[in-house]
Structure formats: structure tokens, C-alpha cells
Write a protein that binds this ligand. Structure first.
Ligand code: FAD
Length: 317
């Protein structure tokens, strides 16, 4: 079922989760072990992130180095199919532009369609680790909106292969990312919001946000989107702080602010266990307030911490 169909049928705030594919070498049971504690909350769907390959230098026997491409977390499409089979729950794969040609993307979308997966969250992806700025594959999509248009074309039976006339129409429900604190490359919020509106005008049916720790940033973002004429559902993405180190790591990696009250609480903590407790408390408070605000879904980035998410969600349902 499509994300928008879940939203249309919802009688209360829905719950959804996001997982990363296990590191290469681990089996699918490690993912089930991660998800099992969360299944009692009957999530409406589960998102599965996508990870591009990285260039690495491997030392050879003769002492020289060889450049190799390594994908540490492969398997997004297979994991989505596994989740749907195992739990009978919808899965939402993330698809990225970076590192893929349009043809490779098309083939992967065909796999999704054949597997009965009718959702996709389209993203640009970040720069590869050896690049200073994002560079698309020469035969790939540059921005999320370009990938979105490719999926939209397939929904209309148009494929990159011009020999295919009257191709089968896929039926993907397309989501996109939004940034309550602005995407870090956008010159200002207004331009970022205009680009978000462009994605919605091009066919995005809902927006899923970057994590944020200050609900006011989300409320202002929703207000600004509505003022611009963006009417699609906006789903807040939520993550707990669970270590003291994250006070500097999260702002650096995700370009988000940690509110003073939260950073003060975390800085007071003696151990990471204390930090996890403070982070859990904060996330619960955030979730309660967002629910009261009337968000359609509370979407949790579980990222290795299913028990923290469990402790929060059990207080909400
Ligand atoms: P875009 O919408 O393409 O925007 C990227 C930047 O380009 C923005 O600054 C925008 O303002 C600007 N821009 C857009 N259109 C134009 C234009 N026409 N001309 C000039 N500038 C333009 N990354 C992964 O690798 N895998 C994942 O699974 C993943 N999941 C994510 C899930 C969520 C909910 C979020 C919020 C992010 C996720 N990311 C993931 C990270 C994401 O790929 C990065 O944040 C990336 O830098 C931007 O992606 P985007 O889809 O927002 O890009």
C-alpha cells in the first residue's frame, strides 16, 4: 500500500520506522533482531536507507595500493522485499542519484515494481567521501527532482530506453526530503523552500524531514511550506541523542542545531547511559508535542537504538 493511502486511512497519528541495511557480511536476521522489538507498535511502513559505494585504497601483497569501490551496506531493494514478506508491512526504499546511471536506476525501479513495492523516497545523496561537493554520475541524475521526474516518467510508461513504446506503467508513490533547518548547500531558506515546492509540483506526494531537536523549527517549517502553497503531508523525522559525542557529531553530519536545554542536559551526564536517558526523555517530549500538533506520522530513525525508540513509542500508544 502507498504511503499516501496509509495517510488517507489514518484515524490517529501513525508510527513508522527507518532502518539501515546491515553491514555487508551480516545476515538478514541481524535486521530482524533490530526490528522485532518495534513490531508490537504495528508501524505503517518501514523505510530502508540507500548507501552509495565508497572508493578505498587497499594494500596489495607487493606493497602498492589499489583503488577499489566498496558498498558497505548493500541490499536496500532485497531488504524491502524481505520486510514485506516477513512482517507483512510496507517498505519504503530510499533511492539516490549519486553513484548511479539513469539506466541502473531504471533497472532497480523495475525490480521494485516486480516485487510489488509501490513506494520510493527519492533523494540526491551526499558527496562521495573523496569528493568535496556532490558530483552526479555523468549518465545519472543531478538533483532529487531529476530522479523524481524519472520515476514519474515510469509511472506514465516512459522509460529511458527510447525503443520501448507504450511501456508498462509503474505506480510509485513518491516522497522527498525537506529540511526544517535548511539544506546546508542552499543559499537561504527561501530558495530551499522554492526547490522543495518544485519537487512537490513535479509530483512528490509527501515530504519527510531531516531530524530536528527543536519542535519550533518544525512548526515554522510547516508554516512556511503552507504559506508557499505546499499542501502535501509533512512527516517529521525523529532521532534520539544517545551519546555525549553526538552533541558535536550530529550538527557536523546533519547540519542541525541542538537546543541549549538539551545540550545542557547532555553535558551534565557522566556516562553515555545517562546521555541516552536524557535523550530518550527529550524525544518523548518532542513526540508528545508533535502528536498534539497533529502531525500525520511520527517517523523514527532507529539507527541501532531500537530499545530507545521502543521506550518512547510505548509511552505514546
Ligand atoms: P535535492 O532536493 O536535490 O537538494 C540538494 C541541494 O540542491 C539543496 O541545497 C537544494 O536547495 C539544491 N537544489 C535542488 N534543486 C536545485 C536546482 N535545480 N538548482 C540548484 N540547486 C538545487 N542520503 C543517502 O545517501 N541515503 C539515504 O537513504 C538518505 N536518506 C535520507 C532521508 C531523509 C528523510 C533525509 C532528509 C535525507 C536523507 N539522505 C540520504 C541525505 C540526502 O541525500 C542529503 O541530505 C542530500 O545532501 C540532499 O538530498 P535531497 O534529496 O534533499 O537533494
Amino acid at each position: 500500500m502507498k504511503v499516501v493511502e496509509h495517510l488517507a486511512q489514518a484515524k490517529d497519528t501513525l508510527i513508522s520506522f527507518e532502518v539501515l541495511p546491515p553491514l555487508k557480511g551480516k545476515t538478514i536476521s541481524s535486521l530482524y533482531d533490530h526490528l522485532n522489538p518495534l513490531m508490537e507498535f504495528k508501524p505503517s511502513w518501514i523505510n530502508v536507507t540507500y548507501h552509495r559505494s565508497e572508493s578505498m585504497f587497499k594494500k596489495k601483497a607487493d606493497g602498492t595500493f589499489e583503488k577499489i569501490e566498496v558498498r558497505k551496506r548493500p541490499g536496500t531493494v532485497g531488504i524491502c522485499a524481505a520486510i514485506m514478506n516477513h512482517y507483512k508491512i510496507d517498505a519504503v526504499p530510499h533511492f539516490i542519484c549519486g553513484g548511479f546511471t539513469k539506466r541502473e536506476t531504471e533497472d532497480a525501479l523495475i525490480d521494485l515494481d516486480f516485487l510489488g513495492i509501490d513506494n520510493v523516497l527519492v533523494l540526491r545523496g551526499d558527496a562521495a567521501k573523496n569528493e568535496t561537493a556532490f558530483e552526479p554520475d555523468p549518465k545519472g541524475n543531478r538533483y532529487a527532482i531529476d530522479l523524481l521526474k524519472q520515476v514519474g516518467n515510469m509511472n506514465n510508461g516512459i522509460y529511458t530506453d527510447e525503443d520501448i513504446q507504450g511501456g508498462g506503467k509503474t505506480r510509485f508513490c513518491i516522497g522527498v526530503a525537506g529540511y526544517p533547518e535548511k539544506h546546508f548547500e542552499a543559499p537561504n531558506m527561501e530558495i530551499d523552500l522554492q526547490r522543495l515546492k518544485d519537487k512537490v509540483d513535479a509530483g512528490a506526494e509527501y515530504i519527510m524531514t531531516q531530524m530536528f531537536f527543536d519542535n519550533n523549527k518544525f512548526f515554522e517549517f510547516v508554516k512556511a511550506c503552507r504559506a508557499m502553497g505546499i499542501t502535501v503531508p509533512i512527516i517529521p523525522g525523529l532521532k534520539p541523542i544517545t551519546t555525549k559525542k553526538q552533541l558535536s557529531v550530529l550538527p557536523r553530519l546533519f547540519h542541525v542545531d541542538i537546543p541549549t536545554d538539551l545540550s545542557n542536559e547532555i553535558m551534565k551526564c557522566k556516562t553515555d547511559l545517562d546521555a541516552e536517558e536524557a535523550g530518550t526523555k527529550w524525544l518523548l517530549q518532542q513526540s508528545k508535542e508533535l502528536k498534539q500538533f497533529g502531525v500525520p506520522v511520527l517517523h523514527y530513525y532507529t539507527l541501532g537504538k531500537p530499545n530507545v525508540i521502543r521506550n518512547v513509542v510505548k509511552e505514546l500508544v
